[in-house]
Ligand binder design. Structure first.
Ligand code: HPA
Length: 276
């Protein structure tokens, strides 16, 4: 196996040999949220399985392909289906798509995910702009030798979620009459869901939503100085004193219910975004 950097570069070469398209913005689509890709004026579609070294997902409701095309007037690369740490992939593999997107020229990353609400004021199908995160995965995608060409050894995490992008999301949501919560996302390794005691703990340490993704991708993106915006769909609300099961079927069904407004929010956001 060649080293990681070489693997990413080989994947990028494979894509470049198939299209001249240069994405400005990368979009990672979360559980039950792949439908946004339907709105893309497609230039090229490539299945993950055919791209050298590209990790392929085993998770439910995740398709495995990347789509290059225009959305909201911007050139995007959308990843329909992502791999998760709980599937057994390393965080280097989890963040492989982010590295590919950055090397293809993307300077922005937009992430969607399904997550469990911890803030008791949240409702199912609410959208939440992530304003900060807590990494409780017990691992970090930057662990190991630093690839200096991509970024620094100790990337700052002062503003992982770009303030200008958060404000644009809020403005867009207001104009589109979409309720948009703001909050802190905590990433856990999974795949077991949280106990009631863990739910209470996560709320106490300052999290508004919990999930099993996103944070590794954001860390890799910040490492590569991409500007990041991330939106959680709240698919269940976890209250430690009234704790209820959150089966995956329900998580996917609730994410799908929120898909129309999330799609609209992202498209209108892209239309308004002034790419630097
Ligand atoms: N916990 C962790 N991950 C999740 C949840 C949850 O309750 N809902 C959706 N993803």
């Amino acid at each position: 196996m060649p080293e990681y950097k070489k693997q990413v570069e080989t994947a990028v070469d494979y894509i470049r040999a198939r299209t001249y398209f240069e994405p400005q913005i990368a979009i990672i689509l979360g559980t039950g949220l792949g439908g946004i890709a339907k709105g893309i004026a497609k230039e090229r579609e490539i299945t993950y399985a055919e791209i050298p070294y590209f990790p392929t997902s085993t998770a439910p409701s995740h398709q495995g392909k990347l789509i290059l095309g225009k959305l909201g007037g911007k050139r995007v690369i959308a990843f329909q289906g992502r791999v998760h740490y709980y599937e057994g992939y390393s965080l280097k593999e989890v963040t492989f798509p982010v590295r590919v997107a950055a090397l293809l020229g993307a300077r922005y990353l937009i992430i969607s995910n399904a997550s469990g609400g911890l803030n008791p004021l949240f409702k199912e199908t609410d959208l939440m702009a992530i304003v900060d995160h807590i990494n409780l995965m017990g691992d970090n995608p930057l662990r190991g030798k630093n690839i200096d060409e991509w970024g620094v050894r100790f990337p700052e995490m002062v503003e992982p979620y770009d303030q200008r992008l958060i404000e644009l999301l809020e403005k867009t949501a207001l104009e589109e009459k979409i309720k948009l919560q703001k909050g802190v996302y905590v990433a856990v390794a999974g795949p077991s869901l949280e106990t009631a005691a863990e739910t209470r703990f996560l709320r106490l340490i300052g999290a508004d939503a919990v999930g099993m993704s996103t944070v590794p991708e954001v860390i890799a993106a910040v490492h590569q100085r991409l500007k990041v915006a991330a939106i959680s769909v709240i698919t269940n609300v976890n209250l430690p004193d009234h704790y209820q099961p959150a089966p995956i079927e329900k998580v996917i069904a609730t994410a799908r219910q929120a898909e129309e407004k999330l799609t609209r929010l992202i498209i209108k956001f892209l239309e308004r975004l002034e790419v630097e």
